[in-house]
Design a protein around this ligand. Structure first.
Ligand SMILES: Nc1ncnc2c1ncn2[C@@H]1O[C@H](COP(=O)(O)OP(=O)(O)OP(=O)(O)O)[C@@H](O)[C@H]1O
Ligand SMILES: [Mg+2]
Length: 513
């Protein structure tokens, strides 16, 4: 007896269709799974036997061969359990699984169906391949229901699916879920931060143009506080961006029934003890790293100088390419990581280097060593260097209401609308992503601006990358003032945000020589 049931497999973010074929024939009783199945798939034999038993079904005492086709693609994980379970019942003639239906899910020993990772990319692929009905674990049902035009059934346990397919107790399909139906998480508000107007303005520019920013300042000046409020002023996610980010979170197993869809730009804030694989992605079965989990959102590296230097250096290439490539024997996986990088640090181990009133107790050498943990090339990738000055008593005790995130966000969105218009026929999404070949076209300068830029370039000894980035920040400053052409004052403001490396790092390098 032969039966075939559709399922799906996953490699990185790429899902692929898997046909679970089963053949029951006379012969010595055995149960084999073939088709490049890894250890987790092989172990499904035991889970399925036990689950059949708890459903009151005797495992056929015949020669049972399961083939996971295509046989040349490696299958890993437990997501095929439920499909194999149903294929056995189909081969026994108990049920008929519709041809345009696919089944995914892990089966536990008592027949419960447990959630699996990557249901969203699998459902999207299923839709492209003409599948119209998905049977997925109950905990993943909302995630699958994000895909429009699919009938999604959440399966609590194997018995419930059996009863549904036999026509006894039908399961209820899950309603389609749109962006607006998912509750937005609570984000702290900028109005909590007293003073720090210059830093707030710089962060507004960063949000408006999608620029990377580095906050430097003494302890307790509000650097972490400011960075954590950034998601509240970023522009809303588009539906496509939401799906892209949700796919990565789905593969990483971060979604749950309450949050089946990523609806606000992610804010990832890994601890500085994070490993290279944790930050950039990796592992035997390569999982996405924090940089990819922050895709279309913000990666916040607090206490930047405390991170392992080699771990930080790993970020350099993905920050430019906007994707992480991980190669394994089974193939190459690409995880996108189009992020805004925000980092915060103290200027020295004691934190008071350059403080207006408190002396630094580190000594120049220790301060230099501390700053040198951040390499020049990494520093070069920050478009804005923002000084968080110590908060004054007057600011802290002031009763004056501070501007809210919602008000700042309005200006950010207005600046993004100008950018959307400008880039509408290109793949560029914001000023920070302008490609070098388009720089001249999208960043027209007045003669004075050109002269100012030339003077700055020569005086500051800028790298070509720093020049590009400075121009892009000036583009954003001009957009915020609704100016189509970049003027000298816009260049001057952008230059202001590239001076902290000179203030701190040059002290360091002079001493370390
Ligand atoms: N500008 C501010 N307005 C109101 N409260 C502030 C401000 N700055 C700091 N605080 C208070 O100080 C606390 C510490 O701030 P925060 O953690 O952001 O400092 P930090 O600059 O990150 O310090 P560190 O360098 O030690 O990490 C905040 O939780 C907040 O209560
Ligand atoms: Mg902090």
């Amino acid at each position: 007896m032969f039966a075939k049931v559709s399922s799906l497999g996953l490699f990185g973010l790429n899902a692929f269709p898997v046909d679970v074929e089963i053949n029951l024939s006379k012969g010595l009783p055995r149960f084999e799974i073939v088709g490049l199945a890894d250890a987790a798939v092989q172990e499904s034999r035991e889970r399925i036997k036990a689950a059949l038993y708890t459903c009151g079904i005797v495992f056929p005492s015949s020669n049972c061969i399961v083939n996971l086709a295509p046989a040349d693609k490696r299958k890993n994980g437990s997501m095929h359990d439920l499909a194999i379970f149903m294929a056995i019942l189909a081969a026994l003639g108990r049920v008929q699984v519709p041809e345009d239906a696919a089944i995914i899910g892990e089966v536990s020993l008592n027949g419960d169906v447990r959630p699996v990772n990557g249901v969203l990319p699998m459902t999207l692929t299923a839709k492209k391949r003409g599948i119209r009905t998905m049977y997925v674990p109950m905990d993943n049902a909302k995630e699958a229901a994000v895909v429009d035009g699919m009938t999604v059934y959440g399966v609590p346990d194997a018995k419930a699916l059996l009863s549904h397919l036999e026509g006894d107790t039908p399961l209820q399909p899950m309603q389609h879920i749109g962006l607006e139906q998912v509750a937005a998480p609570q984000i702290p508000d900028f109005s909590d931060v007293h003073g720090q107007n210059a830093a707030k303005h710089a962060l507004e520019i960063a949000a408006a143009g999608g620029h990377n920013a580095l906050l430097i300042g003494p302890p307790g000046s509000g650097k972490s506080m400011l960075a954590k409020r950034m998601p509240g002023i970023l522009p809303p996610l588009t539906f496509e961006e939401s799906i892209e980010t949700t796919m990565i979170h789905s593969v990483a197993g971060l979604l749950d029934a309450a949050h089946p869809l990523v609806t606000v730009r992610p804010f990832r804030s890994p601890h500085h003890t994070i490993s290279t694989a944790g930050l950039a992605g990796g592992g035997t079965v390569p999982h996405p790293g924090e940089i990819s989990l922050a895709h279309n959102g913000l990666l916040f590296l607090d206490e930047l100088a405390e991170f392992d230097r080699r771990t930080l250096e790993i970020l350099r290439q993905p920050l430019e390419d906007r994707e992480v490539t991980i190669s394994r024997a089974a193939g190459t996986i690409r995880y996108p990581c189009s992020i805004m990088l925000i980092a915060a640090m103290n200027p020295c181990p004691c934190g008071y280097l350059g403080h207006p009133t408190r002396p630094c107790t580190c000594g120049q050498r220790a301060a230099a060593q501390y700053l040198n943990r951040i390499s020049g090339p990494l520093l070069d990738r920050f478009d804005l260097h923002i000084e968080a000055a110590p908060v004054t008593f007057d600011d802290l005790s002031s009763q004056k209401p501070e501007e809210s995130s919602a008000e700042i966000r309005k200006r950010v969105i207005a600046a993004r609308e100008i950018q959307n218009q400008r880039f509408k026929d290109t793949k560029i999404t914001c000023n920070a992503r302008i490609t070098p070949d388009k720089l001249a076209k999208f960043c027209p300068l007045t003669d004075q601006a050109k002269a100012r830029l030339k003077a700055v370039f020569e005086k500051m000894g800028l790298s070509a990358r720093a020049y590009d980035r400075l121009l892009k920040v000036a583009r954003t400053v001009a957009d915020m003032q609704q100016s189509e052409v970049i003027e000298a004052q816009h260049i001057a403001e952008a230059v202001q945000y590239r001076t902290l490396d000179r203030k701190y790092w040059q002290v360091g390098s002079a001493d370390s020589r």
